[in-house]
Design a binder for this molecule. Structure first.
Ligand code: CO8
Length: 258
C-alpha cells in the first residue's frame, strides 16, 4: 500500500495514513487502502485493539481531497460518497476497538473519519471542523449522522452550519474527544488506552461494540432483547469462566478469546 501503513506492537495494531504533502487528504486510493488495512486485521486474533492516526504533526487528515471532489458530477459524487461511507462504516463496525489518535487538523472527511472510530484522543494542537458548507457541499462520509450522536444536535449543527474550526480543549468539553494530551505524548497515550482495552476479554469487547452500535439502529425493546442474547452467548465462553475465576483467585485473567 502506498499511503496506508500497519505496524504491530504486542496486541496493538497502528494504522497510519501517510500522504503528508497533502496533509493526509483522502483520495479514492487512500480510502481503498484504509479499507484493506482494516479488513486485514478484522479476523486477526493476535490483535486486540487498533489505533488510527495520520503521519506527521500537522494533520490527522485535512479532509477529502478537494482536487478530486472538484471533478465530481452528480453520479460520481454519489460514488465518492458511498465509497467513503462503506469504509468508514466498516471501521465503526470493526470487531476490534479502534482509537483515533488525532494530531493537528481533522477537517471535513478527516473529522468524519475520527467520528467513525470508537474513541478519540487528541493532541493539544488538534483542530476539528466540518468546513464542507464553505465548499458548497455537506459532510458526505457519515458526519451528518455521527457528529450529532456523539456531541448532541445543537453542537453538531453549530459545527456543520458554521464550518468553523475548534481546538482540542473545546472538542474535549463537548465530548467530541475522550482526552487531550501534549503532542509529544499522543501516541503513548493512545497505546496505553489501547493496551488497557486489549487486556480485556476479546469476545466481550466485540459483543459490547455489537450491542452499542446495533442499538443505535433498533427500538429499545429490540436492543434490550439483543443485549440479553449477547449476554447469554458470553456466558458460554471460556473467557467468562477465566475472568470470573481470576477475580475469585485474586489473579490477573489470561483471556484466550474463546
Ligand atoms: N484536499 C486536497 N489538498 C489539501 C487538502 C484537502 N482537503 N488539505 C490540504 N491540502 C493540500 C494543500 O492544497 C497544500 O498542497 P500544495 O502544497 O500542493 O499547495 C498542502 O496540502 C498543504 O496545505 P496548506 O499549504 O494549505 O497548509 P496550511 O497550513 O496553509 O493550511 C489547512 C492548512 C487550514 C488545513 C488548509 O490546508 C485547508 O484549509 N485545507 C482544506 C481543509 C478542508 O476544507 N477540508 C474539507 C475538505 S471537503 C471534505 O472533506 C468532504 C468530505 C465528504 C466528502 C463526501 C464525498 C462526496
Amino acid at each position: 500500500m502506498d499511503h496506508v501503513g500497519i505496524t504491530r506492537d504486542e496486541r496493538i495494531a497502528t494504522i497510519t495514513i501517510d500522504r503528508q504533502k497533502k496533509l493526509n487528504a483522502l483520495n479514492p486510493e487512500v480510502i481503498d487502502e484504509l479499507g484493506e488495512a482494516f479488513r486485514s486485521l478484522e479476523n486477526d486474533d493476535a490483535i486486540g485493539a487498533v489505533i488510527l492516526t495520520g503521519a506527521g504533526e500537522k494533520a490527522f487528515v485535512a479532509g477529502a481531497d478537494i482536487g478530486v471532489l472538484a471533478e465530481m458530477d452528480s453520479l460520481s459524487g454519489v460514488e465518492v460518497s458511498r465509497q467513503g461511507q462503506e469504509v468508514f462504516r466498516a471501521i465503526e463496525r470493526s470487531p476490534k476497538p479502534v482509537i483515533a489518535a488525532v494530531g493537528g487538523y481533522a477537517l471535513g472527511g478527516g473529522c468524519e473519519l475520527a467520528l467513525a472510530c470508537h474513541l478519540r484522543i487528541a493532541s493539544d494542537n488538534a483542530r476539528f471542523g466540518l468546513p464542507e458548507v464553505g465548499l458548497g457541499i455537506i459532510p458526505g462520509y457519515g458526519g451528518t449522522i455521527r457528529l450529532a450522536r456523539i456531541v448532541g444536535l445543537g453542537r453538531a449543527l453549530e459545527l456543520t452550519l458554521t464550518g468553523e474550526m475548534i481546538g482540542a480543549e473545546k472538542a474535549e468539553a463537548m465530548g467530541l474527544v475522550n482526552a487531550v494530551v501534549p503532542q509529544a505524548e499522543l501516541m503513548d497515550r493512545a497505546r496505553t488506552m489501547a493496551g488497557t482495552i486489549a487486556s480485556k476479554a476479546p469476545v466481550a469487547l466485540r459483543m459490547a461494540l455489537e450491542s452499542v452500535y446495533q442499538a443505535l439502529d433498533t427500538s429499545t425493546a429490540e436492543a434490550l432483547r439483543y443485549e440479553s442474547s449477547l449476554f447469554g452467548l458470553l456466558a458460554s465462553t471460556d473467557d467468562m469462566k477465566e475472568g470470573m475465576a481470576a477475580f475469585m483467585e485474586k489473579r490477573k485473567a489470561d483471556f484466550k478469546g474463546s
